[in-house]
Design a protein. Structure first.
Length: 40
């Protein structure tokens, strides 16, 4: 993603919640922040 090319999709919310052991609301806040910072 660093060079602006997206080769694959992010995992599902369910997969990310499971991997990082966080609630869906926590995950969504984190994803919103990454979007604001133009990371994703």
């Amino acid at each position: 993603m660093e060079n602006g090319v997206h080769s694959e999709r992010l995992p599902t919310e369910e997969q990310l919640c499971s991997e990082f052991k966080v609630s869906r609301s926590t995950l969504r806040r984190a994803l919103d922040e990454l979007k604001r910072e133009l990371v994703i």
